[in-house]
Design a protein around this ligand. Structure first.
Ligand code: HEC
Ligand code: HEC
Ligand code: HEC
Length: 445
């Protein structure tokens, strides 16, 4: 009897430890060794706020820099809509959610919010009426922002023209429509703590960490989530799917991550969204570059890369070493026979911009060679680009690729997608029309 009793207790204890391990996630900078201190006790250069060149600028100007670095615009703007007026649809497996209007309109926006209201939302995910906000609004990242930085962002938003636009109603299924549940979620997954510098790391590293974690929220897209949909930092930056796009592994793993990119290449990719031989940032990353990263000062981009370079490698065997050789000038008969339909569509609809070799004859942003997108055997992002097209507000002006989702059937899209990965990537994809149909439904609009 006592033996059974102890066996039961031991099993329960093991189960509790396993459950706690599954539920528990480390903080975003927990991978770095050494101790942390409160900001006020940190002796080195302050990692928060704006870069030195803007230190004496007025509050609204400082707020503008920080608002861009936090990329509030990407989520709070409907496709083709007025910036910050909300209405972007987030299509989730359990319904659709819309981002609210955060212009200073008093009725439909946040014009009546006090500083305390704003800080409660940014740090705790609590709205002025006390209701809980969903973490699709990445407050578990923004909670790291200092009060000063959050209020500078508010000052910038309040300097914009108020826009009257009622946010559409969410259509979430039970129990996901129960906002109060987020109080429990927050208990586990929102630290509600401001950024604490690591004393063993350089001031530049700490600035990079603040930019990546508090402002740029890279992990919200690039880190896989646990069963509770919280960012799981045990697999920090190991890659995840976001709005139907695959946000690749950006750990320092040399094969599947960006460990083989040198500092200069990484800086250039973040600041331009393109590096010759490494491909182009499209979809949500193209937006992150255009709306956010490319507006950062070179010093801030440098700090971001100093930080990224220390993120431990996590291998992902589904991603091969990208092919860096140019393809032949013309496709061989054998290649055409393998996928005649794909080859024909490519020749008619894509080649003029992308070229046969992987080097675009017209525009560097349309290069394929060496890029992860065409070297991803799931071909998820190739399919997204083909279905929806791509619009970039790049450092060289507006760059567009038309979407083909309406002109071509799912079968035709699958054929051209598989043709692209076979021709330009290290491993060909075998995407089906059914997968194309599903992927096409997942982008935010
Ligand atoms: C990844 C997408 C995303 C980003 C980035 C984002 N938000 Fe949001 N935000 C949302 C969504 C979605 C909601 C709605 C959450 C809900 O309904 O519970 C929201 C809600 C809010 C709210 C609450 C508004 C209300 O009427 O209740 C405020 C304020 C807000 N965001 C401000 C910001 C600011 C400021 C930034 C930049 C620092 C920002 N957001 C960045 C997606 C985002
Ligand atoms: C809104 C989601 C989102 C955010 C936020 C985001 N990324 Fe990305 N990122 C992506 C997606 C999606 C891709 C793949 C783009 C493609 O296929 O063209 C990507 C690609 C990349 C790549 C290229 C990887 C490769 O192997 O080619 C790098 C580097 C990168 N992101 C770094 C960052 C950093 C650093 C941050 C934070 C400052 C960040 N990203 C924030 C979604 C995001
Ligand atoms: C009018 C010119 C044009 C046409 C036609 C065109 N594209 Fe593009 N495509 C571009 C440009 C420009 C980009 C880069 C956008 C950016 O900077 O993110 C791009 C991006 C892409 C990407 C994403 C690359 C990456 O690394 O993230 C893929 C995949 C792609 N195109 C495939 C195709 C296919 C397949 C077709 C034919 C069905 C096609 N494109 C037709 C101009 C074009």
């Amino acid at each position: 009897m006592t033996r059974l009793y102890w066996a039961l207790i031991a099993t329960a204890a093991v189960a509790a430890v396993v459950a706690a391990w599954i539920i528990y996630v480390p903080g975003p900078t927990a991978f770095a060794s050494g101790s942390t201190v409160a900001l006020n006790d940190y002796k080195d250069a302050n990692p928060t706020g704006v870069p030195a060149s803007l230190a004496s600028a007025d509050l609204v100007k400082r707020g503008e820099y920080l608002t861009r670095a936090a990329d509030c615009e990407a989520c709070h703007t409907a496709k083709g809509g007025i910036p910050y007026a909300g209405g972007l649809a987030f299509k989730l497996p359990f319904g659709t959610m819309y981002s609210p209007n955060i212009t200073p309109d008093k009725e439909t926006g946040i014009g009546n919010w006090t500083d305390a209201d704003f800080l409660n939302a940014i740090h705790k995910g609590i709205a002025p009426d006390g209701s809980r906000l969903y973490p699709a609004f990445p407050y578990p990242s923004y909670t790291l922002l200092t009060d000063d930085d959050a209020l500078a962002i508010k000052a910038y938003l309040f300097s914009l023209a108020p826009v009257r636009r009622v946010t559409p109603k969410n259509s979430l299924m039970f129990p996901f429509n129960q906002r109060w549940l987020m109080a429990f979620w927050s208990l586990f997954y929102n630290s509600n703590e401001r950024y604490q510098p690591h004393t063993d790391q350089s001031a530049e590293w700490n600035r990079g960490a603040y930019l990546a974690e508090a402002l740029g929220h890279c992990g919200e897209c690039h880190t896989p989530r646990n069963l509770m949909q919280a960012v799981n930092n045990k697999r920090k930056f190991a890659g995840a799917v976001t709005a139907g796009w695959r946000a690749y592994n950006i750990t320092q793993d040399k094969t599947s991550g960006i460990g083989s990119w040198d500092v200069e290449m990484t800086e250039k990719f973040l600041a331009h969204g393109h590096v010759e031989g490494l491909g182009t940032a499209s979809g949500p990353m193209g937006e992150a570059v255009d709306m956010s990263l490319r507006h950062m000062t070179p010093e801030d981009i440098k700090a971001l890369v100093v930080y990224l370079k220390t993120v431990p490698p996590i291998p992902d065997t589904s991603l091969p070493v990208p092919k860096t050789l140019l393809a032949s000038t013309f496709p061989s008969d054998h290649e055409v026979n393998e996928n005649a339909r794909g080859a024909m569509i490519f020749a008619g609809a894509c080649e003029a911009c992308h070229g046969w070799s992987g080097k675009s004859p017209v525009l560097k942003y349309a290069d394929f060679v060496g890029g992860r997108t065409v070297n991803d055997p799931t071909a998820r992002n190739v399919a997204q680009a083909v279905i929806w097209g791509v619009t970039r507000h790049s450092p060289d002006g507006v760059v567009t690729m038309p979407g083909f989702g309406k002109a071509y059937s799912d079968e035709e899209i699958a054929a051209v997608v598989n043709y692209v990965t076979a021709r330009f990537g290290a491993e060909k994809s075998n995407i089906t029309a059914e997968e194309v149909r599903k992927i096409g439904k997942q982008a935010s609009q």
